[in-house]
Design a protein around this ligand. Structure first.
Ligand code: ADP
Ligand code: MG
Length: 247
């Protein structure tokens, strides 16, 4: 079942004087339950692709279907609704509100959902449990390590129970052990909840935790390969030394 379908997608940024041709005719299909890593040199179009997938921007030309729906037929409010219900976003810089506890940060995406405050808190607690942070709900971001902050951000992305998670360099600010821990959370969400994952990384060893690697270059797909034997984060963690205790 295809969830993300691009056919002949171009994206041109019109800067008046010049036009930047960021995507040059992209054809790609991602199916439900896939775990895809997006790689490629800087400027290749990865973030532009993610912005289109996430409905934050539209193709200049070509077709994008999300869950079978041609997004060009949706108005802004409809697109925002679909974004809230189907998609979760995780960023390199965590993007947490600093004067707000972990629990409140996680609750934020549901502020406008039709949930009672009690249901909202219950759901946020469950999301924190899923990422292994049940005991940190009253901590502020500054009281959490980088890995813990990213886990709060993942919990926040799970709040509206998305079927697709989009992550742009989610381990870019983390040390290698913490990066593998985060990949383990993504693998578990993919395996146990069937969440489709699309994750940008420039680190080849991070891409090995995905099932498929798509490499961008100059606005085109250069390679699109299945990973024969994806690494299992839980197994890899057992072989890694614990440097400093993250607890
Ligand atoms: P990547 O994420 O792979 O580094 P990007 O998608 O950010 O690549 O960029 C692809 C190309 O589009 C680059 O040449 C970049 O400078 C250009 N670009 C990206 N975003 C914008 C924008 N908002 N306005 C103009 N040009 C942009
Ligand atoms: Mg980028």
């Amino acid at each position: 079942m295809p969830v993300i379908q691009f056919e002949g997608v171009h994206k041109i940024y019109d800067l008046g004087e010049i036009q930047v041709h960021a995507l040059r005719g992209l054809d790609v299909t991602i199916r439900r339950g896939e775990f895809v890593a997006i790689m490629g040199a800087s400027g290749g179009g990865k973030s532009t692709f993610m912005n289109l997938v996430g409905g934050l921007d539209r193709p200049t030309k070509g077709l994008y279907k999300l869950d079978g729906v041609d997004v060009s037929t949706l108005n802004k409010a409809e697109m925002a609704g679909i974004r809230n219900r189907k998609l979760g976003f995780v960023f390199q810089g965590f993007n947490l509100l600093s004067r707000t506890t972990a629990l409140e940060n996680v609750e934020l995406p549901a502020l406008y959902a039709r949930l009672s405050p009690a249901e909202r808190i219950e759901r946020a607690r469950e999301a924190l449990r899923i990422v292994g942070l049940a005991d940190r709900e009253h901590h502020y971001p500054s009281q959490l390590s980088g890995g813990q902050q990213q886990r709060v951000a993942i919990a926040r992305a799970l709040m509206n129970r998305p079927s697709i998670l989009l992550a742009d360099e989610p381990t870019g600010n983390l040390d290698s052990r913490t990066s593998v821990e985060i990949m383990g959370i993504f693998q578990r969400l993919n395996r146990e909840r069937g969440i489709t994952l699309v994750l940008v990384t420039h680190e080849p060893d991070i891409a090995e935790y995905a099932q498929r690697v798509i490499t961008f270059r100059d606005g085109k797909i250069r390679r699109d390969e299945r990973v024969a034997h994806p690494l299992n984060a839980e197994q890899v963690l057992q072989t890694m030394p614990v440097v400093g205790v993250e607890d």
